[in-house]
Design a binder for this molecule. Structure first.
Ligand code: HEM
Length: 391
C-alpha cells in the first residue's frame, strides 16, 4: 500500500517536471505572437542613431556612445555653436577652435594647424637658415679674413657715433642678445641642449630665459625706437648706394666710396632691423599681453607665427651685422666702442662722408665731447688722402 503511494507520487512529480518546459515554451510563443500582433509602444523601440542626436537621445539609442558631446566640443568654435559656460570671459565656450587653412599644412582646427606650421615649417627651416648663415660667415672669414686695411688705431679724427648714439646702440644690442639667446633656446633648445644637460636643468633654464625674454622685450622696443629715430636720416638710399651695390661694395677689389653708411648697412637697417623689428615688437607686445585688447587664441597663434618669422629674418641679418661689427671689418668695433675713427679708417670705408667732414659740411665733433685720448679733433690730419668725386 505504502509502496504504491510512493510510486504514484514519484510518477506525478516526473509528469509535472516534464510538462513545465512545454508549458513555458507555449506561453513564450503566445507572448511573442501577441507582441507581433500588437503595435509596439514607441519608448521601447530603439531609434536609429542620427548625426544630429542630442546627447539624451543618443544615450537612449546607443547607451554609452557620447558622440554628440564630442561633436559639440569639436564644433564649439564654429559661429553660433559655442557652448554655454558660467566662467565669464571671451571664447570660454569654445573648446576647440574652428578650422583654418594656413599655407603649407592641411586645413585643420586652428590649434592643430598652428602647431603644424610651427613644428613642420618655422622651426626646421628657420633653424636651417640660422645654421647656414653661421656656416657661410665662418667660411667667408676662413677664406677672406677681416676686411679693410686700416685698423682704426691712429689719432681719433672724426666722431662717428655720439655718446647718445652709442648708448642707444648698446642698450638695443644688449636687449637683442638676451632676446636672441633666450629665443633660440626656447625654439631649438630641445634639440641641442636637452639631450646634453637633461630635463631638470633644461626646464629651469628655459623657464629663466623665458622670463628674461619677457623683460628684455619692452627694453628692446624702446631702444629700437630710439635707434631707428637716431639713424634713419643717414640710412635713406641715394645714388651712391646703387653704385656701391653694382660693384658689390668692393668685395672683388677696392672699397667703393659711400656716405656715412654704405648700401649693405642701409639694407640691414631697413630689412634686418626696422621692418622685422616692428613686426617683432608688435607681435611680442601681443604675446606679452601688453596691448589693451581682447586676447583670443587665434590672435596669439598668428602673433607667434609672425614673431618667429620676423625673428628668423632679424637673427640672420643681425648675425651678419654682428659679424661685420666685430671680426668682419677691421677697426669698426672701435668706432662704436669709443665713438671715434681715425682719418685712414674714415677715408677707406666711408670716403664720401669723410669728404663732407673735411669740407666742413658735417661737424667732426658733433657731441662736443673730446675723444678718449684727449688729443682733440683734427680731421684729415693723418693725410695724405685721395680726393674723390662725389657720387
Ligand atoms: C652685440 C651685437 C652688436 C655689435 C657687436 C654691433 C656692432 C656695431 C658696429 C661696430 C657698428 C658701427 C658700424 C660702422 O661704423 O659703420 C654698428 C652700427 C649699427 N648697429 Fe650694431 N651691433 C650689434 C647689435 C646691433 C643690434 C641688435 C642692432 C639693432 C637691432 C644694431 C643696430 C645698429 C645700427 C642701426 C647701426 C648704425 C648703422 C646703420 O644705421 O646702418 N646693432 N653696430
Amino acid at each position: 500500500m505504502t509502496l504504491a503511494r510512493i510510486a504514484s507520487a514519484t510518477w506525478l512529480c516526473l509528469a509535472i517536471a516534464a510538462a513545465a518546459p512545454v508549458a513555458a515554451q507555449t506561453s513564450a510563443a503566445d507572448a511573442a505572437s501577441a507582441a507581433l500582433a500588437a503595435p509596439a509602444p514607441t519608448e521601447q523601440v530603439a531609434a536609429e542613431p542620427r548625426p544630429d542626436d542630442s546627447a539624451a537621445a543618443r544615450n537612449k539609442s546607443q547607451p554609452g556612445n557620447n558622440a554628440p558631446v564630442w561633436r559639440a566640443v569639436r564644433d564649439s568654435g564654429e559661429p553660433g555653436k559655442s557652448g554655454t559656460v558660467n566662467v565669464p570671459g571671451a571664447e570660454q565656450g569654445v573648446l576647440i577652435q574652428p578650422t583654418v587653412a594656413y599655407p603649407g599644412v592641411r586645413p585643420n582646427n586652428a590649434g592643430e594647424a598652428w602647431r603644424q606650421v610651427r613644428n613642420r615649417w618655422l622651426i626646421p627651416y628657420g633653424g636651417a637658415l640660422l645654421l647656414i648663415t653661421l656656416l657661410a660667415l665662418a667660411l667667408f672669414y676662413w677664406r677672406r679674413g677681416a676686411l679693410g686695411h686700416s685698423h682704426n688705431d691712429g689719432r681719433p679724427a672724426v666722431e662717428r657715433f655720439t655718446p647718445l648714439e652709442r648708448a642707444a646702440h648698446w642698450t638695443n644690442a644688449a636687449a637683442f642678445v638676451v632676446l636672441g639667446v633666450s629665443g633660440v633656446v626656447m625654439a631649438f633648445g630641445k634639440f641641442f641642449l636637452l639631450p646634453v644637460i637633461g630635463g631638470t636643468l633644461f626646464g629651469w633654464l628655459a623657464y629663466a630665459l623665458k622670463t628674461a625674454h619677457n623683460f628684455a622685450g619692452p627694453m628692446f622696443a624702446v631702444s629700437l625706437t630710439v635707434v631707428v629715430l637716431i639713424f634713419v636720416k643717414d640710412n635713406i638710399a641715394n645714388g651712391a648706394d646703387f653704385n656701391w651695390l653694382a660693384k658689390a661694395g668692393g668685395m672683388l677689389g677696392h672699397q667703393v666710396p659711400s656716405h656715412r653708411f654704405n648700401a649693405a648697412e642701409k639694407g640691414i637697417f631697413w630689412w634686418g632691423m626696422t621692418i622685422p623689428g616692428l613686426l617683432m615688437v608688435a607681435s611680442g607686445l601681443v604675446l606679452d599681453k601688453l596691448l589693451p585688447m581682447t586676447y583670443l587664441r587665434g590672435d596669439m597663434q598668428i602673433a607667434l607665427m609672425v614673431h618667429i618669422c620676423a625673428a628668423v629674418v632679424m637673427l640672420v641679418m643681425l648675425i651678419g651685422h654682428i659679424y661685420m661689427g666685430t671680426v668682419g671689418v677691421n677697426g669698426a668695433l672701435k668706432g662704436m666702442r669709443t665713438g671715434w675713427v681715425d682719418a685712414a679708417w674714415a677715408a677707406e670705408h666711408h670716403l664720401l662722408w669723410f669728404n663732407d667732414v673735411r669740407a666742413g659740411k658735417i661737424a667732426a665733433n658733433r657731441s662736443g665731447v673730446a675723444p678718449p685720448d684727449g688729443t682733440g679733433v683734427a680731421p684729415g690730419a693723418d693725410a695724405p688722402l685721395p680726393a674723390v668725386p662725389r657720387a
